[in-house]
Design a protein around this ligand. Structure first.
Ligand code: K7E
Ligand code: CUA
Length: 674
């Protein structure tokens, strides 16, 4: 949300207020009843587990951070959109295809909104979806393995920010474009924005068994900036809500020009109606090239190329989209657990507007419209409003809910969380945060049944909360107890990347469903080596395939000779272990890609191109046993065209003692024992 900061400069006095609030040193925190009391509530004794898993987006690091709550302990950093040299994600031959896009190989993204899959409006712990903001994509993680299993590119989109919010039955994840663009792309003057730019809202269908996504349809909307979304639930199930700003359709200096209107809109999209129109043959298939990357059962990612997409216009399908006027330049949109209230956060608004779904339906029926935009009816603000939270603070962004009818809103400029009652907009409590909160998260707080208990502030600016670390300071999360009437600060903990949104669920929902190993017997990687006696080295021209095994505490083969400068050496390393938590690593000196971390039963491939003659070590990077340091070997690299024969060590190879038998035609070499 860094981009939004600039916008506040034009909010005049607000900025001065913000500066004052943020520069007054270290305010005394309102901690629990006493510090000891707070400490006790977040203390998870050695050997004990946290109560919740929390999933936080990595923002500019493109990944997902998994934390335990209430301790705030970082459990795992799961690579998603960004290559990760720690385990070879996006570098290995098996995972590279996950980064394919219509723009080519893109090894990073900016991830903002994790969303747990839901069943009947409640997180079910099966999958986690997350958006790639820069090159529009949605990823799906499997929560039995904490691995990314699928990445779907979203065509006709630019800045996939209003994404990937799920419907209560997990039928769809949505993707609204933050930046309108010409669709299909074409070479036009930017000044022709109004006429040529559009904002597409994408609905990707999720398979209920496999979780696989397919683009069902896209709705071509006016060229606003579609910022955030949440699905309706309960009575409002069947609708998705998208905030928009820049209803001015300004194409330059948006800081000023997109902040003119007192109200922008929430787009209320009746996706059940859209489905019906699509089934009736409305809309048109338009050409669109996009990548769909799927991790196969064999552990190898592959790309399928999409070639077209169904695009439907609001004018094709009356009663599909309505605009709800919403002050001012709204950011978040959140639907309360009952599904009746739709709450926005107007970055420049002085109130928090709460729309009523039942009033919206009534207004639609009564045609209580104040006008239209490109034929999309604009409902009268007063006829859809439930209430406005007065004086909530400055810079409202996002809202989450507890299980007692209350909402918690983040106030970016005044750096606080405000708690208020949803049904009558009464402010009940406020708690300062340190500093500049973006999203906030209650476990299950955007679902039909919030788990409650805590709210976490995800703060943008840390200033003086932690030991300083040079020009860049850690991002900060703050955990509050919300079990009583008043919020109580329990804990600060640093986070990695820049978490935007987060999700959490009780650990009991997923902890006993963890996959512990990959079964070696069913390893279907074509380069797998399932026993040491099959380890071998095969040359075909300048390509050398090393079929290697790893088990405590050695590689087979461990020594290899006969490699040549400029060869492409494919180290296919299979971890023969079948015990939980015994990965082996593999690193080769001078490798220009990454190391490998190979899970038990898995095969991973690193390509190494030796650039000069010599003898180079490779070794295991994961301390796996008392003799881990001995888990090493050498690769001898000779000059191009050298007569040193290809040979290796191992149960069947006896490098140094062996009779070398070269096969004549394929350049293939083998070693036999005496
Ligand atoms: Cu940071 Cu949801 Cu991208 Cu608000 S967003 S803070
Ligand atoms: Cu294998 Cu260390």
């Amino acid at each position: 949300m860094r981009s939004e900061r600039a916008g506040f400069r034009y909010a005049g006095g607000m900025v001065i207020a913000a500066t004052l609030l943020m520069s007054c040193g270290r305010p005394a925190a309102r901690i629990g009843d006493t510090a000891a009391d707070a400490a006790q509530r977040v203390y998870v004794a050695p050997g004990q587990y946290d109560e919740f898993y929390a999933f936080m987006s990595g923002g500019f690091d493109g990944q997902v951070g998994v934390y335990g709550l209430p301790s705030g302990r970082l459990l795992r950093h799961v690579p998603v959109f960004s290559q990760n040299p720690e385990n070879g994600w996006g570098y290995t031959e098996q995972t590279k295809a996950m980064m394919n896009t219509s723009f080519g190989f893109i090894p990073w993204d900016d991830s903002h909104h994790p969303q747990l899959s839901q069943t009947d409006g409640v997180p079910d712990g099966r999958w986690l979806f997350i958006n790639g903001n820069n090159t529009p994509r949605i990823a799906r993680l499997d929560l039995t393995r904490f691995e990314t299993e699928e990445i779907l590119e979203i065509p006709n989109s630019a800045g996939n920010h209003a994404s990937p919010f799920v419907t209560p039955d997990n039928r769809y994840v949505v993707a609204g474009t933050r930046f309108s663009v010409p669709t299909p792309q074409k070479d036009v003057p930017i000044a022709d924005y109004r006429q040529d730019f559009a904002g597409l809202l994408t609905f990707a269908r999720v398979d209920s068994v496999t979780g696989r996504m397919t683009i069902a349809f896209q709705i071509r909307m006016p060229g606003f900036d579609y910022d955030l979304s949440h699905a309706g639930k309960g009575p409002s199930n069947g609708w998705s809500f998208f905030t928009s700003y820049n209803s001015e359709q300004a194409s330059a200096l948006k800081e000023v020009n997109a902040s003119q209107n007192d109200k922008d809109y929430i787009a209320a999209v009746n996706w059940k109606r859209a489905e019906q129109c699509v089934a009736d043959g409305k809309g048109a298939m338009e050409p669109a090239r996009y990548a769909h990357n799927i991790m196969g059962e064999d552990g190898i990612a592959r790309t399928e190329w999409g070639t077209s997409v169904k695009v439907i216009l609001p004018s094709d399908c009356p009663e599909m989209v309505y605009f709800l006027p919403t002050p001012k330049s709204p950011h978040g949109v959140d639907v309360d657990p009952t599904g009746e209230y739709i709450v926005s956060g107007g970055k420049l608004a002085t109130v928090i507007p709460v729309h009523s779904f039942s009033k919206m339906m009534q207004a639609i029926q009564n045609k209580s419209f104040s006008g239209d935009v490109n034929g999309i009816p604009v409902l009268k603000y007063e006829s859809v409003l439930s209430c406005e939270v007065q004086n909530p603070g400055l810079g409202p962004l996002h809202n989450e809910f507890d299980d007692k009818g209350n909402a918690y809103s983040s106030m970016f400029i005044s750096s606080e969380i405000v708690k208020w009652r949803v049904k009558d907009c009464q402010v009940l409590d406020r708690a300062p945060v340190y500093y500049s909160i973006g999203h906030l998260m209650v476990p299950g707080g955007d679902s039909r049944k919030p788990f409650g208990k805590y709210v976490i502030a995800l703060n943008k600016i840390t200033k003086d909360r932690y030991l300083p670390t040079g020009p860049e300071l850690a991002q900060s999360a703050q955990l509050f107890d919300i079990s009583g009437d008043k919020m109580k600060l329990l804990l600060d903990f640093p986070t990695i990347g820049e978490p935007h949104y987060a999700q959490a669920l009780p650990a009991s929902m997923i902890k006993d469903r963890q996959q512990k190993i990959y079964t070696l017997d069913t390893n279907a990687d074509p380069f797998a080596t399932k026993s040491e006696k099959n380890a071998r080295v095969v040359r075909k021209g300048t390509r050398v395939d090393v079929y290697m095994t790893a088990i405590r505490s050695h590689f087979v083969p461990d020594n290899i000779e006969g490699l040549q400068v400029g060869d492409s050496v494919f180290f296919h390393v299979t971890n023969l272990e079948q015990d939980w938590d015994v990965p082996h690593g593999f690193a080769a000196m001078g490798a220009t890609t990454a190391e490998l971390l190979i899970m038990p039963g898995q095969t991973r491939t690193l390509v190494w191109v030796p650039v000069r003659v010599g003898v180079y070590p490779f070794y295991c990077t994961d301390f796996c046993s008392a003799l881990h340091q001995e888990m090493q070997g050498y690769a001898r690299v000779s000059a191009r065209g050298s007569s040193v024969p290809l040979a290796w060590n191992g149960p069947s190879g006896t490098l140094g003692k062996a009779k070398q038998v070269a096969s004549s035609h394929s350049g293939h070499a083998a070693v036999t024992t005496d």
